[in-house]
Write a protein that binds this ligand. Structure first.
Ligand code: CO
Length: 184
């Protein structure tokens, strides 16, 4: 099943998402549906607030970007209750977009390496370093669990320039090739 994607302005995107346990209802299905939703919209990552569930769950598949960046080959992973424990390395700029903010892309500066603790789909705990574009995708998705959008991370001047566009998007003035959910 493909979920509609919440669009900027939707309150779920601004909440800090809650941790979940193994018994979370229908979790296996939700994870499968999140992958389907991500593939349907050509995304490389999707966080649960983007399907209107305020829970700490995100899925990633770097395949669509693997041609440009071979390090993403086979990077398909589910992250439950993730926690970024450490950042290191030089910050670098990378052009980001978001299924929840259709039509907008901005260069965003973030650290190049992160240490993240998370559970996989079997609730086995892992602690792992990621770098480069993997770390980039993870930080973007992790922000969603904290109620943060990538457009929050642009300079004050860019923010001013973007403001009107973001308001228009929140009111439904955009085109997207996937199902979306805006706030009425
Ligand atoms: Co996003």
């Amino acid at each position: 099943m493909i979920y509609p994607v919440t669009i900027i302005g939707h309150p779920t995107l601004r909440k800090r998402a809650e941790e979940i346990t193994k018994d979370y209802p229908d979790l296996e299905n939700i994870i499968n549906n999140m992958y389907d939703t991500m593939y349907d919209s050509d995304g490389v990552g999707l966080a649960a607030p983007q399907i209107n569930k305020s829970i700490r769950l995100m899925v990633i598949d770097g395949a669509p970007m693997a041609e440009d960046d071979p390090s993403l080959e086979g990077f398909k992973q589910t992250f439950i209750n993730p926690e970024i424990l450490e950042h290191k390395g030089e910050e670098f700029l990378f052009n980001e977009g978001c299924l929840s903010i259709p039509g907008i892309r901005e260069d965003i500066s973030r650290p190049s390496e992160i240490l993240i603790r998370y559970m996989d789909e079997d609730f086995i705990e892992h602690e792992e370093w990621f770098d480069g574009v993997k770390a980039r995708i993870l930080q973007h998705e992790y922000d969603h669990l904290e109620g943060i959008l990538f457009t929050d991370r642009v300079s004050p001047l860019r923010k001013k320039i973007l403001k009107g566009k973001l308001v228009a998007i929140s009111k439904g003035k955009f085109t997207a090739q996937y199902k979306t959910l805006i706030t009425k």
